[in-house]
Ligand binder design. Structure first.
Ligand code: ADP
Ligand code: MG
Length: 339
């Protein structure tokens, strides 16, 4: 046996990257979540070759103080939580301080950032975990992160990627769900020069549904709302006549974070009872808001799975909310002039 030694930073970051950055869509998710946490109201996503050659996220958020930029690329460095109390009270999308160092360990990254208070911004270039350059730069307030040559130094990862169409559809899927989560942010997604998604950021979630799935779909949605002591549930779900062959068209958001949780999405389906044919699933978006104390986000490196302390109670509330709504005599979708 060899003697024990500490792993180099780069190696540790590459290992973390293996968990956090599975594919180009993971980079998109992490960068866009950072832009949201920075308070951006406009976020533009540009992708080339399904993210393999380039992913760029442009935001108009707070920016990073030039002095802090190298820290942003250091593992477990974050501006979002301080202590144990914060960890159980997470209000931001990020908190692990792993995304930027992970991405920089396995790609070529430039970050151009300017804060509202600093006169000059910084253009920072890092590749394979090593700083290439850091120069003053003038930009408008906000941050632009450009990721090139993803997985260039981890060939096994690169080989494991699926066909470009598949990787691209994962990026589109993530962006659709994020846009649904943040109807108050204007998103523009462009892939190889083609516009994939455009939202206005006017806060109307049903209009985001229309932007993603089309007006015909949005017009067959009904609004739901229900609450109990612990949870508040709102959203738009499809009329029983509008279904799909998988549950992929159902987005569940808990405190603004889209999650995969079988019990919760199953509750939506169970709310329809016998109104759904076997093998058919509703479309829609269900927003759950609750105290952060009832959810543990810190169970999964990509934070897409969460642990819910009162899962059964939430499931029962969703079932009842949907059941009652669908039991209305005249199921007429709400007014849609604005779609
Ligand atoms: P986390 O989001 O978990 O804190 P990241 O590695 O994703 O970790 O980012 C590290 C830090 O860099 C963040 O805590 C934040 O302070 C800063 N940061 C990253 N992206 C942006 C951005 N687009 N705008 C402003 N600050 C950012
Ligand atoms: Mg982050």
């Amino acid at each position: 046996m060899a003697r024990i030694h500490e792993l180099s930073n780069l190696l540790a970051n590459q290992i973390a990257a293996g968990e956090v950055i599975e594919r180009p869509a993971s980079v998109v998710k992490e960068l866009v979540e950072n832009a949201i946490d920075a308070g951006a109201t406009q976020i533009e996503i540009l992708v080339a070759d399904a993210g393999e050659s380039m992913i760029r996220v442009v935001d108009n958020g707070d920016g990073i103080d030039p002095e802090d930029v190298p820290l942003a690329f250091t593992r477990h460095a974050t501006s979002k939580i301080n202590d144990r109390h914060d960890l159980f009270n997470i209000m931001s999308l990020g908190f692990r301080g792993e995304a930027l160092p992970s991405i920089a360990a396995i790609a070529d990254v430039t970050l151009n950032t300017t804060t509202a208070t600093s006169n000059t911004g910084l253009m920072y270039h890092i590749k394979g975990g090593k700083q290439v350059s850091a120069t003053p730069a003038n930009g408008r307030r906000g941050t632009v992160v450009t990721v090139r040559d993803l997985f260039y130094n981890t060939p096994a990862r690169l080989k494991y990627l699926k066909r470009p169409q598949t990787e691209m559809s994962r990026i589109a899927d993530i962006m659709n769900r994020i846009a649904l989560s943040y109807a108050n942010i204007a998103f523009t997604v462009t892939a190889d020069g083609r516009n994939l998604l455009q939202t206005t950021g006017n806060g109307n979630q049903q209009q985001v549904v229309a932007a993603i799935y089309g007006r015909d779909v949005a017009q067959k949605m009904i609004e739901i709302s229900g609450e109990d002591d612990d949870f508040n549930v709102t959203g738009f779900i499809s009329l029983p006549e509008l279904t799909r062959g998988s549950r992929d068209y159902l987005t569940i958001l808990i405190n603004g974070r889209f999650i995969k949780n079988f019990a919760v999405s199953n509750a939506v389906i169970r709310g329809y009872g016998s109104k759904l044919m076997v093998g058919r699933f509703p479309m829609g978006v269900v927003n759950v808001s609750t105290s952060p104390l009832l959810i543990d986000v810190n169970v999964h490196p990509q934070k897409s799975e969460v642990r819910l302390s009162k899962e059964t109670e939430l499931a029962d509330l969703i079932i009842k909310t949907i059941k009652d709504r669908l039991a209305d005599e005249n199921l007429i979708p709400d007014a849609y002039e604005n779609l």
